[in-house]
Ligand binder design. Structure first.
Ligand code: HEC
Length: 400
């Protein structure tokens, strides 16, 4: 019953997290688009302090949008802030991290073959790494580095790659991936909370007091702009990490951290193309290069490129041996009625009670238990490399 209710709780929080994330990133994409499409307004609007306007049609009506250079003469009665989208995405994301990775089956976060950590230590390392990344970022953005956007970006990327490498040595691939996602999400929400909001508050209070915003407001606005640029580049990588838990071929790879680094680079670079394009600068080479890097990654990760040596000396198991392997390593979870306390239903809908079940999921089993060590989850039953190769050999033979 507990596993069943936890499953529902997870579903509801995850659902909410995705909705909040769509609202946050959607609003953020919309405002970036808006900023990049504002045109010089007619003179009568300029006289009111409007520096850009645009017209749009949507949902059966015309919209006239105007952006003020500093602020309107009078504070409007109602002002929309767009901050709860960010906060609620982060809060629900942290709740999911807690529920799935810290309180859920240890196998999601831990991998005894990499490091022998208890659930508590794992959670402490995870949270400490997120806090450390935030601390370093805040120090950087409050230092002179903030004046050098390119160097800042390169350092931030190097830091995240280093964190991915480090966590990959301690956690399961999936656990490491999600922590990099949580780090990026935390930086993004901190950018809203610690930089963008204070700057907006300063601007609003200047307008409210009827003052022209002074140098302090301008300085805060400059920093907020830098933070918002970082968020802009971080959106695509963080979205990738949100869906990456569906792809054991990536995080289950022995060098999963490097794959994450490559994909982070490709997606942020592709974002750069669109940022330039919005400013009227066309550099299709960036997109071509990103596509080329993606193809290179597809090629490098292709299964035949890796286990070719192992394939030569492959031992093929008998049917009885394979049934034994399933019972020993898989059916505690992958049964119609799992004996494992954390599962109410067969995980991923995959039942592995019979050899016929195994054949039905041949490709996914090869991926999850032979090519990568993603399965058995957390490998608490201690499945050996030989057993994996034997299982792979049996599946290869059966497929011919
Ligand atoms: C401790 C429980 C547990 C054990 C033992 C286990 N699995 Fe899994 N398995 C899971 C969970 C949980 C998922 C779903 C993971 C997810 O959501 O990505 C899963 C998913 C899978 C998938 C689907 C992966 C994908 O997304 O393509 C395959 C295939 C699989 N397991 C095969 C196996 C095999 C083969 C064994 C035995 C060698 C095994 N599992 C042992 C818990 C387990």
């Amino acid at each position: 019953m507990e596993a069943y209710l936890t499953e529902w709780l997870g579903l509801i929080i995850r659902w909410f997290h995705v909705i909040a994330g769509v609202a946050w990133i959607g609003a953020s994409f919309y405002f970036i688009w808006l900023d990049n499409h504002l045109r010089e307004p007619p003179e009568w609007k300029q006289a009111k302090g409007i520096k850009g306007d645009l017209w749009a049609i949507h949902g059966g009506g015309f919209y006239e949008v105007a952006k003020y250079h500093l602020g309107p003469e009078q504070m409007p009665r109602e002002l929309h802030w767009f901050k709860w989208e960010a906060y609620s995405t982060w809060l629900s994301g942290m709740a999911l991290l807690l529920l799935v990775y810290y309180l859920g089956t240890p196998g999601y976060l831990l991998d005894p073959a990499k490091a022998d950590l208890g659930a508590g230590t794992g959670a402490a390392i995870g949270l400490a790494s997120i806090a450390a990344m935030l601390g370093i970022y805040e120090l950087m953005i409050r230092s002179r580095l903030a004046g050098n956007g390119k160097l800042f970006g390169a350092l931030l990327y190097a830091l995240l790659v280093f964190a991915a490498w480090g966590l990959f040595q301690l956690f399961s691939g999936r656990g490491a991936f999600i922590h990099i996602g949580a780090m990026i999400g935390t930086l993004m929400v901190a950018n809203v909370f610690l930089g963008i909001m204070p700057s907006q508050r300063a601007l609003v209070s200047a307008v409210r007091e009827g003052k022209t915003p002074g140098p302090e407001v301008a300085r805060l606005a400059g920093l907020a702009k830098l933070r918002s640029t970082h968020n802009n580049y971080l959106t695509l990588p963080v979205l990738f990490i949100m869906i990456s838990n569906h792809y054991p071929m990536l995080y289950g790879h022995p060098e999963g951290w490097a794959i994450l680094a490559a994909i982070g680079f490709i997606t942020a670079f592709a974002r750069h193309y669109f940022n330039l394009k919005h400013r009227g600068i066309h550099k299709p080479g960036i997109l071509v290069f990103s596509a080329f890097l993606t193809l290179a990654l597809v090629w490098v990760l292709a299964p035949d490129n890796r286990n070719s040596d192992a394939a030569v000396e492959r031992v093929v198991a008998t049917d009885t041996e394979v049934s034994g392997l399933l019972r020993q390593h898989c059916t505690a979870c992958h049964a119609r009625e799992p004996a494992h306390p954390a599962f109410q239903a067969p995980p991923a809908g995959i039942v592995l009670e019979q050899l016929a079940d195994l054949l039905a999921h041949s490709a996914r089993v090869q991926q999850a238990a032979v090519r990568t060590h993603y399965m058995p989850l957390g490998n608490t039953s201690g499945m050996t490399e030989q057993e994996r190769t034997a299982l792979g050999g049996w599946l290869d033979n059966a497929g011919q």
